[in-house]
Design a binder for this molecule. Structure first.
Ligand SMILES: [Zn+2]
Length: 512
């Protein structure tokens, strides 16, 4: 089984300085390579036959503007087939055709190499002439070019944006087999990173399980260093139980007011990790502090560091909380039913409204932006991913159902109406079924997978009808709650007829 394990690195001062230096060199390397390809594309590719002479040095060191000699390969242009370096031999690649049985070389085909192939060869030359490139491990530099290739193929094949010049690089990668684990102790171990040395890290897992260490990524987050290893371990995932054999299903409905409502009537609260009043204010302060500092000053760098640290802390907080929630959800039942949400579409900005006279009407853009922030802060997608992983480890199926009308459909009579729902409250306009809106939605989701509620069985928890006091809006809910209070904890008394009797005298209420 292949999994990703993350650890926090504890580099010493020298190692940290080296890592910082590498990041700068790698960033320049990537930006050079990108500039080279872009220029080649914009100029030569239109007419690759006629030769174009370039002014050397135009794309030398971005910061110091120092020219690295007229034959610096990275300032050379790109042709249709890639970079044309000083030595034309670099622009070709030899492929040897071997006989299948005797493995003798039959012939050698010489072809034009692609841009990344040439740039990798050129990088090797650079390491001989430039001390800062020589310091960086050659494989790391090659992966750096390969990352640019990925960015280009994403642009061409997946329709992503054109690769950007980056101001700050925060991660690099080692190819499989280069990083070695050493000195495995009870609570720490060291990883040998070529070019950097033995770096200590907190060891929170059983490293002896590792059969094969694959790609390792070193990342800088909020001033700390992390290693992310792709490892092959002996653990084998259990078979996922078929849905027919599952004895219980839990439906989950994600929301803002309650982060997750489970069909057993329980809730997971939304902590609003980065949009709660206190944090949002603090983040705004940090941001404001940055914008008030002089550009390029040391104080600005300090302020940016502070903001980054804060963001990192919040991200970690959210990550931990999401794992907690996912665990609770997966432990509840044998199968999990969730709605198929298109979160990307949910967080689109408000469309402009034209007033027909060349102007615009109010479209509540600020409100929508605020809502988008809250939706993103809730990190539903992240929770779904974590649930999926934990369920896979436990051999439980996760079923996606259509999210259509889950919050508007009455579970009793099937009536679908927008008016059924009012904030946290659900009251069917036809049969007057009363429920907590989110719990009801989670049950509708569960029902679509085959969740059955047994009659006269306590499936409702007493607090499932609780609504947040601040959102009491109409008197019928008071009555509804009262009914639940009268019934006490014995949910078997909660028949629909009883609730309807309580609701009926208030039919003329303006809210209905
Ligand atoms: Zn109904």
């Amino acid at each position: 089984m292949q999994v990703r394990w993350n650890f926090k690195l504890l580099p010493n001062q020298t190692q940290e300085a080296t890592l910082e230096d590498w990041m700068v060199t790698l960033r320049k390397h990537r930006n050079y390579a990108l500039r080279e390809r872009t220029t080649g594309f914009e100029t030569n590719n239109k007419d690759s036959e006629s030769s174009i002479i370039y002014g050397y040095g135009s794309y030398c060191d971005l910061e110091s503007r120092i020219e690295f000699g007229s034959c610096c390969p990275l300032t050379c242009p790109v042709l249709k087939h890639g970079v044309v370096p000083h030595n034309l031999g670099l622009a070709t690649k030899e492929t040897k055709v071997k006989d299948k049985d005797t493995k003798k070389v039959l012939e050698t085909i010489v072809k034009w190499d692609n841009a990344s192939g040439i740039q990798m060869k050129v990088t090797t030359q650079l390491r001989n002439s430039l001390w800062n490139f020589a310091r960086v491990d050659s494989n790391v530099l090659q992966r750096n070019v390969a990352h640019l290739d990925t960015a280009f193929s994403n642009f061409y094949k997946l329709g992503r944006g054109y690769p950007n010049f980056i101001r700050r690089l925060d991660s690099f990668e080692y190819k499989p087999g280069y990083v070695k684990l050493r000195h495995i102790r009870k609570n720490y171990a060291t990883a040998y990173l070529p070019g950097i040395g033995d770096v200590k890290f907190h060891n929170s897992r059983d490293l002896t399980l590792i059969q094969d260490l694959r790609t390792c990524t070193i990342t800088r987050k909020g001033g700390s260093w992390y290693i992310s290893m792709l490892v092959n371990i002996a653990d084998i995932l259990p078979d996922v139980m078929p849905l027919e054999k599952c004895k219980s299903v839990v439906g989950i409905d994600v929301g803002i007011n309650k982060l997750i409502a489970l069909s057993d009537g329980s809730f997971q609260e939304n902590k609003r990790i980065s949009t709660n009043k206190r944090t949002a204010r603090r983040m705004a302060m940090r941001q404001r502090a940055i914008s008030r500092k002089l550009k390029g000053s040391k104080n600005k760098i300090k302020a940016v560091k502070k903001l980054r640290l804060q963001q990192h802390k919040l991200a970690q907080h959210r990550d931990g909380y999401d794992w907690q929630i996912a665990k609770v959800v997966v432990d509840t039942a044998d199968a999990i039913a969730k709605e198929d949400l298109n979160i990307k579409n949910m967080v689109k900005r408000a469309k402009p409204k034209h007033d027909g006279k060349g102007g615009y009407k109010r479209n509540n853009a600020a409100q929508k932006t605020g809502l988008n922030k809250v939706i993103l802060d809730a990190s539903w997608g992240d929770i779904f991913d974590k649930i999926a992983w934990l369920a896979l480890k436990a051999g439980k199926p996760v079923v996606e159902v259509s999210a259509r009308h889950t919050s508007q459909e009455c579970p009793k009579c099937g009536h679908i109406d927008k008016k059924n729902r009012k904030g946290e409250k659900f009251l069917c306009t036809v049969c007057h079924h009363v429920d907590h809106a989110d719990t009801k939605a989670s049950r509708t989701i569960g029902k679509r997978v085959g969740l059955v509620f047994l009659k006269n069985k306590k499936t409702l928890r007493a607090d499932c009808a609780k609504v947040t006091p601040s959102s009491y809006q109409s008197d019928w809910v008071e009555t509804g709650n009262h009914a639940f209070e009268v019934a006490g904890n014995d949910a078997s008394n909660l028949t629909v007829g009883y609730l309807r009797d309580m609701a009926e005298p208030l039919k003329e209420s303006p809210h209905l």
